[in-house]
Design a binder for this molecule. Structure first.
Ligand code: NAD
Length: 300
């Protein structure tokens, strides 16, 4: 494969449209996913090749992007700790000095800071570059990307990130991107929960929730949920935004843990997290995060 081929691990809801945008930008991609069906989705895309095993990416790609569910999986992959997906030694042992790892999933900032230090000791660059905007903005390459890492590593990652997002902000050293991402999702999840509680109460009073949401969108209650989720994914009954409730709960847990570690006020975050944990337990496995509306409407 060409020298500039990017390795991409994690071809799920976000990974697939992101890979398509790399290809559109003329960047060849060697992809890997544990799930062969995920790999098959991109099989016919020009410029894309599927790796039979993850180790192949370390041979052919100067930069590797991770778009995986969480830090537990990232750490297992990198260091060979259970449940490892790469070789027993882990992916890090196969990387060579000068290669770059870009973690674009929503990982834990403390784990990412540790990973950056351990990789730096091996001469391997690390950038955390989580994204916001969901599947919709992954598809049209307009993601917001919050970036943590050393300036030289960030510069190396820039062409890849530029092909995927519209607003790229270098927020600090390694782990800072993941911290901002978790905090963003805390703000987003609390806004979504507030909207659900408000709509369900209004409905019980006899007001059409669609009208309530229209009023919110013309008023100070407007937020990302009222603008992009209520009609399309909640009132429609579709509950299919492409972002699972389990991943949102994970992000909230990360944010709440981060706030606790900082020793700054976090009572509201703790309370919000409790409701998301209850919703995950109460809803079907694999539920979309917009199904919070269903949970608030009918918690039984
Ligand atoms: P997803 O579950 O749809 O995709 C994850 C993919 O990773 C799956 O295809 C899975 O098979 C693969 N995978 C898991 N473990 C693996 C391993 N060890 N080796 C190789 N492949 C492995 O998740 P997603 O919705 O695409 O989210 C990915 C990340 O992006 C998460 O951290 C999530 O929090 C974040 N995120 C998601 C959204 C969204 O709207 N879906 C938005 C912003 C950020």
């Amino acid at each position: 494969m060409a020298a500039a081929t990017v390795g991409f691990i994690g071809l799920g809801q976000m990974g697939v449209p992101m890979v398509r945008n790399l290809l559109r930008a003329g960047i060849a991609v060697l992809g890997f996913d544990l799930n062969p069906q995920a790999l098959a989705v991109l099989a016919d895309a020009p410029g894309f090749a599927a790796a039979g095993e993850v180790a192949q990416l370390t041979q052919d790609c100067p930069a590797l992007v991770l778009m995986l569910p969480d830090s537990r999986i990232v750490d297992a992959l990198l260091w060979g700790e259970p449940p490892a997906a790469a070789s027993a030694a882990g992916l890090a042992a196969l990387l060579k000095p000068g290669q770059l790892l870009i973690d674009m999933g929503s990982s834990d900032p403390v784990c990412s800071r540790d990973n950056a230090a351990r990789l730096a000791a091996l001469g391997i660059g690390f950038v955390d570059a989580p994204v916001s905007g969901g599947v919709r903005r992954a598809v049209d390459a307009s993601l917001a990307i919050m970036i943590g890492g050393e300036p030289a590593a960030v510069e190396q990652a820039w062409p890849v990130l530029q092909a995927l997002g519209k607003t790229l902000v270098h927020v600090g050293s390694a782990g800072a991107g993941h911290a901002v991402k978790a905090l963003n999702n805390y703000v987003s999840a609390s806004g979504l929960l507030a909207v659900c509680e408000a709509l369900v109460a209004a409905e019980k009073f006899g007001i059409d929730p669609k009208l309530v949401n229209q009023v919110f969108n013309a008023s100070t209650g407007k937020n990302n949920t009222t603008e992009h989720k209520v009609e399309s994914f909640m009132l429609s009954g579709g509950f299919n935004s492409g972002f699972s409730l389990a991943l949102m709960r994970k992000d909230l847990q990360t944010a709440q843990g981060f706030i606790a570690r900082m020793g700054t006020p976090g009572g509201f975050a703790a309370h919000c997290l409790q409701t998301w944990v209850a919703a995950e337990a109460g809803l079907a496995r694999g539920a979309d995060h917009t199904a919070m509306f269903k949970f608030v409407r009918d918690p039984e």
